[in-house]
Design a protein around this ligand. Structure first.
Ligand code: 4NP
Length: 151
């Protein structure tokens, strides 16, 4: 069963949306039984919190409910529990790789590089306006579709 962990900095804006969107695409493809999916943050400041209201709202507008998700920090055991850890930006990937134990099971990739081969960050929308969330949503949706096609 492929297991996929989406990781950003806070686990309240980008990676919860990626988790919700990937799950949505998996369900639409009737492949739910095949996957274990979760998200986490390299930082733990928001652990236990629901997604940012702006992420909840953009997902809701497109018919995806992410209100039940709760933020958590990336754990050492994630490197054994997951096949694939996908970082949202290059800074996330650098932090994830620094924490990866030697001989870890998990393969670590930049999300969009894994999805469509582009060395592109999913930008952090936390300090911007609602447009940022709209853009991130569409980037993540297309990326999740491509990523699913690879798995
Ligand atoms: P995320 O966005 O990494 O997409 O969840 C952020 C959320 C919170 C913070 C930074 C980025 N923060 O500094 O609290």
């Amino acid at each position: 069963m492929p297991s996929v962990l989406f990781v950003c900095l806070g686990n309240i804006c980008r990676s919860p949306l990626a988790e919700g969107l990937f799950r949505h695409h998996v369900e639409k493809a009737r492949r739910t039984e095949e996957f274990h999916i979760d998200s986490a943050g390299t930082g733990g400041w928001h652990a236990g919190d629901p997604p940012d209201p702006r992420s909840i709202e953009i997902a809701r507008r497109y018919g995806i409910d992410i209100t039940g998700q709760r933020a958590r920090q990336l754990l050492t055991r994630d490197f054994e529990d997951y096949d694939l850890i996908l970082g949202m930006d290059r800074s996330n990937v650098q932090t994830i790789l620094q924490r990866s134990p030697v001989g870890a099971r998990a393969k670590v990739h930049l999300f969009l590089k894994f999805a469509d081969g582009t060395e592109t960050d999913v930008p952090d929308p936390y300090y911007g306006g609602p447009d940022g969330f709209e853009n991130v949503y569409h980037t993540l949706s297309a990326g999740c579709m491509s990523a699913l096609g690879k798995l």
